[in-house]
Design a protein around this ligand. Structure first.
Ligand code: FAD
Ligand code: NAD
Length: 471
């Protein structure tokens, strides 16, 4: 791209937020360029996040199931062996297939892909240090910041991605560690802890709070999830804070302290996974060159139309407010381009689903019981266990339940929390219901195919205002 060329939209960052905005802008007929520095499109999600983690979760589950849950299904297997290198290769095949797919979509929609690191030279000009050497610059009528997030480091424990790792290292260890400690029992800790536990590691999760699952998970569901993961072999130390670490010896040592009831002790492991949250990434972006603000947590400050202080510069995704989720970034990308092109756009932040892809999966949308209690909002509950669902029974996969929270006067759905097989797919139905303001009676009177897991969803709805038929 020549230095003088002006685009309608310049996007910094080719993650989910940036690449979706780029495709949408191309579709809307805008002249658009997307700058990405990692050498591949798709950002954290496709390269070192959602996609590789789900590949490993899926295949490690299969391995674990073949080892421990096949005989009772009438399947006699012989010599089952883990080929970790092949499992990692399968993961890489999924990742590269998808990242290359985005390059194709860029071409199809006329998006210019600039490989390099972007930084603000002025309010309309982004200077790019090209990956292949040299520099260029691109001028935008509009600019979109979509630079994402990075793992929050643990003070005093240097990340080497081999013995002290973030999720990135946890996605490509070259052997199964004998003992792994996970600092943080949020979604990353539990997903990646599950993978390595299934592959043979002795995993201990140390969590500061008295509940696993990170922010948003319903307490009753989190307690069930913890019990089920414990049954699979993951150990937990809740109410326990890791205060310091030392990786200088043969083993990595952690000092933990009673935070909320846990006890002080020294723990040792071969590998320590730091999973204490993620923080916005703006390093080298030159926000200071144009006086843009970040808040105390490093998030780029924006208004309700994603505008920064300079109204032609917008910001979306992990680098700004809201849950750090790929589908949230994707919604914002479409809305931000619509604001630019049409002057209006919308994301319903009350209806963003969350999924933890362990086995069983945990998924939720809307409000949870502890928040309703805290806010003094009246509610009624309907639950249905998968142990009473015919499809779960045929699948020999009956752990978990559907829990619905509804307004006691109107039956309007307030929140839905599922722990069980395929919860991540089933939550789409609750999300649609919540988006359209459905009542639980609307859901319960909607015919659901038999035998499906989704019948548990229907029966939990029924249980909020009447009785479930099968329980
Ligand atoms: P990112 O994906 O981080 O993309 C930002 C991009 O900008 C990066 O590629 C970066 O290289 C680039 N960049 C930064 N600065 C510059 C610059 N100056 N110039 C050029 N390029 C730059 N979310 C889900 O919804 N579901 C999941 O199952 C899920 N699993 C996850 C698993 C893991 C292990 C992790 C770590 C995260 C997971 N997430 C998941 C979260 C999800 O990955 C993020 O919410 C999502 O990637 C955010 O998209 P983004 O575009 O805002 O940021
Ligand atoms: P998180 O905020 O979900 O969990 C971090 C946990 O670490 C918290 O429960 C916190 O109490 C605990 N913690 C912090 N400091 C501690 C200490 N010193 N000792 C013990 N415990 C401590 O963060 P995460 O799991 O790192 O995930 C980061 C982001 O990535 C999340 O926003 C999540 O939404 C996203 N993500 C999503 C998915 C998914 O959607 N399936 C998967 C992976 C990641």
């Amino acid at each position: 791209c020549s230095a003088a060329e002006e685009k309608d939209l310049v996007i910094i960052g080719g993650g989910v937020a940036g690449y979706v905005a780029a495709i949408k802008a191309g579709q809307e007929g805008l002249k658009v360029a997307c700058i990405e520095k990692r050498g591949a499109l798709g950002g954290t999600c496709l390269n070192v996040g959602c996609i590789p983690s789900k590949s490993l979760l899926n295949n490690s589950h299969l391995y674990h199931q073949i080892m421990h849950d096949s005989k009772n299904r009438g399947i006699e297997v012989g010599d089952v062996k883990l080929n970790l290198q092949a499992m990692m290769k399968a993961k890489e095949t999924s990742v590269t297939g998808l990242t290359k797919g985005i390059e194709y979509l860029f071409k199809k929609n006329g998006v210019e892909y600039i490989k390099g690191t972007g930084s603000f030279a002025s309010e309309h000009e982004v200077r790019v240090k090209l990956t292949d050497g040299g520099e260029t610059s691109v001028v935008g009528k509009n600019i979109l910041i979509a630079t994402g997030s990075e793992a929050t480091p643990f003070p005093g424990l240097e990340i080497d991605e081999k013995r002290v790792i973030t999720s990135t290292g946890a996605l490509s260890l070259d052997k199964v560690p004998e003992k792994m400690i996970v600092i943080g029992g949020g979604i990353i800790g539990l997903e990646m802890g599950s993978v390595w536990s299934r592959l043979g590691s002795q995993v201990t999760v140390v969590e500061f709070l008295n509940q696993i699952g990170g922010p948003g998970m319903d307490t009753e569901i989190a307690t069930q999830a913890q019990k089920l993961l414990k049954k699979q072999g993951v150990d937990f130390k809740l109410g326990t804070k890791v205060v310091s670490g030392d990786a200088s010896g043969e083993k990595v040592k952690l000092e933990v302290d009673a935070a909320k009831g846990g006890k002080a002790e020294t723990l040792e492991a071969d590998v320590v996974l730091v999973a204490i949250g993620r923080r916005p990434y703006t390093a080298g972006l030159g926000l200071e060159n144009i006086g843009l603000e970040v808040d105390e947590r490093g998030r780029v400050v924006i208004d309700s139309e994603y505008r920064t202080k300079a109204s032609h510069i917008r910001c979306i995704g992990d680098v700004t407010f809201g849950p750090m989720l790929a589908h949230k970034a994707e919604e914002e990308a479409v809305a931000a381009v619509e604001f630019i092109k049409k002057g209006y756009g919308h994301v319903n932040y009350g209806v963003i689903p969350s999924v933890m892809y362990t086995h069983p999966e945990v998924a939720w949308v809307g409000q949870n019981e502890q928040d309703l209690k805290k806010d003094n909002i009246p509610y009624k509950i309907g639950t249905f266990p998968f142990s009473a669902n015919s499809r779960a029974k045929t699948n020999l996969d009956t752990d978990g339940m559907v829990k619905m929270l509804a307004d006691p006067e109107t039956d309007r759905l307030l929140g839905c929390h599922i722990i069980g097989p395929n919860a991540g797919e089933m939550i789409a139905e609750a999300t649609l219901a919540l988006e359209y303001g459905a009542s639980t009676e609307d859901i319960a009177r909607t015919c659901h195919a038999h035998p499906t897991l989704a019948e548990a969803f229907k029966e939990a709805a029924m249980a909020t205002y009447s009785k479930a038929i099968h329980f």
